[in-house]
Design a protein around this ligand. Sequence first.
Ligand SMILES: *Cc1c(COP(=O)(O)O)cnc(C)c1O
Length: 395
Amino acid sequence: MEQNNSLSYIINELGEDYEQYFRAVAPPIVQTSNFSFKTVADLRNAFADEYSSWIYSRGLNPTVKILSEKLAALDGAEDCLVFNSGAAAIFAAVLANVKSGDHIVSVAGVYTWARKMFEEILPRFGVTHTYIDGTQLQHWENAIKPNTRLFYLESPNSWTYELQDLTAVATLAKQHQIITVIDNSYCTPIYQQPITMGIDISLQSATKYISGHSDVVAGVLSSNRAMIQRIFNSEYMNIGSGIQPFNAWLLLRGLRTLPMRLAHISQSTQRVIDYLKTESMVASVIFPFDAGFSQYNLAKQQMKGACGLLTIVLHPVRIEVIELFCNALQHIKMAVSWGGYESLIIPRCAGMPHNAYDVMNAEHRMLRLYVGLEEPEYLIADLQQAFLKAVAPAH
Ligand SMILES: *Cc1c(COP(=O)(O)O)cnc(C)c1O
């Protein structure tokens, strides 16, 4: 089969060896824990290189292999590992690259479970960290210590969407022999390919857009082959949280429609934002591809698109008004996560005790909206009626 880097080839054909399974169009779910051998010599050869042998499904599995070839190619990487969650991918990427006495520089406001790892787990093993505002290259440079081993990026993040200049941070890191790891969940490799910009490890929660149907929890970690082989033979096999064949199959199914789902969502998100800006209760909308966004030029330069996640900042209102608004939504669901077919909302004030709400703190008045696959008119009508109910509650 001719090698080809087009998106359609990667998604529709790469890694699929139809002759192995009756020329079935949909690949099989190889639901097996282990693989058998005909001779001792075959077994010995496999043991010598578990990274490229079918031995046991905590390591390599054929359904997972089809998926990982596609995901690595989408990232522009040599290889990747697929985990049972994005959090596991984060943990393996960092654990594999630090030892006792090392120091990590991370963007502030990172994903919750990256933060918990930095603050609660790694200090027990003598690994320290410094959080910085990653928007300025100088902040990265200033934070480097003699023992800094790893830069942790998340661009954009998933509430306020701050970006890092990936090429510049990667170049700085290389000058100091520092490994760079990025959480690329927001963009997916369709909208941003950090590896091609010099970042060492790109990871994402596949729970979000790769699955796209809110029915799988999974994560992907891409890098060069030496790095992936090293992580496979250590953290991946040891943590034992590689993806299971059925979930890998669901991700393959999700991948088939990834580009068109993203294209649809990017268009409808813009429509929803245009509407939100006309609502009197809305003070601002934070979204990386909005012309008013503080790093709009950088976003346009390093991202091919922006996804369906945005943040609404309300004008100063009582917490009861925010609660009325959210409770009044009839189609947009209140739930964590995003990237699926269904639109979702979370108010920031749900993450704090009721009496901690400070009306003058803009962060407390934030609502994170995820625009799913619905028609934009359908979502706008739902938002509109909820805003009406929040302003003039029925008695
Ligand atoms: C959801 C998410 C994760 C964690 O992924 P899981 O699949 O839930 O473990 C990591 N980073 C970001 C930005 C996320 O949104």
